[in-house]
Write a protein that binds this ligand. Structure first.
Ligand SMILES: NC(=O)c1ccc[n+]([C@@H]2O[C@H](COP(=O)([O-])OP(=O)(O)OC[C@H]3O[C@@H](n4cnc5c(N)ncnc54)[C@H](OP(=O)(O)O)[C@@H]3O)[C@@H](O)[C@H]2O)c1
Length: 177
């Protein structure tokens, strides 16, 4: 098994809900900004970060925002044919994706697993999962898709002050396994 490490990035409501009807049930511009900065910023200007997502999450991203810019976009799918356009990479397995991203020629600095529920479950079972960046929304947003493990399984490292936007309150938290 590959030793490539990665972090999970997720926004969840107070029921650990992450999505509804294949989309996000909230609109939080400051969380989108946080996500963009976290997943894009590198220490080495010659390198990029990678984001790994499930095929359904990929499908949920509006075409105007896909691929997520200045990041290597990776989609996991069990399908034999190509379901994503170039330059997005497609793999059948998380380890295959991590092995590819760990090749020095790829110039990848950090890897982030960005959902959805199926792919979070894979990531949480993987030895390379080191850290979780969790936007914790304090309301119940009536989700139909849920993060697959309770927060009590992780250790809180730090948490921001409370933010307020579009009628919701939330914090930015960092957990380790
Ligand atoms: N709140 C958040 O931070 C956040 C983040 C991301 C997504 N979401 C939400 O989550 C929902 C989507 O999550 P989801 O769980 O339904 O779908 P998903 O995890 O995004 O994608 C599921 C797909 O990934 C592929 N897949 C699953 N397991 C695999 C494996 N072991 N190997 C290779 N490929 C595999 C399959 O694609 P094929 O069917 O092509 O084989 C599967 O249908 C949406 O509502 C989205 O808005 C929320």
């Amino acid at each position: 098994m590959t030793q490539t490490t990665f972090s999970i990035v997720v926004a969840m409501d107070c029921q650990q809900g992450i999505g509804r009807d294949q989309t996000l049930p909230w609109h939080l511009p400051s969380d989108m900004q946080y996500f963009k900065q976290l997943t894009t910023t590198t220490q080495d200007p010659e390198r990029q970060n990678a984001v790994i997502m499930g095929r359904k999450t990929f499908d949920s991203i509006p075409a105007a925002f896909s691929p997520l810019p200045n990041r290597c976009n990776v989609v996991l799918s069990r399908q034999d044919h190509q379901v994503v356009p170039d330059p997005i990479l497609q793999f059948k397995d998380l380890d295959l994706a991590l092995d590819h991203l760990s090749e020095p020629s790829q110039g990848i600095e950090s890897v982030f697993v960005i959902g959805g529920a199926d792919i979070y479950a894979l990531a949480l079972d993987h030895v390379g999962c080191e850290r979780l960046y969790i936007t914790k929304i304090e309301q119940d947003c009536q989700c139909s898709t849920f993060f697959p493990r309770p927060l009590t399984a992780f250790s809180l490292e730090q948490e921001s002050e409370r933010h307020f936007e579009t009628g919701l309150s939330f914090t930015f938290a960092q957990y380790c396994l």
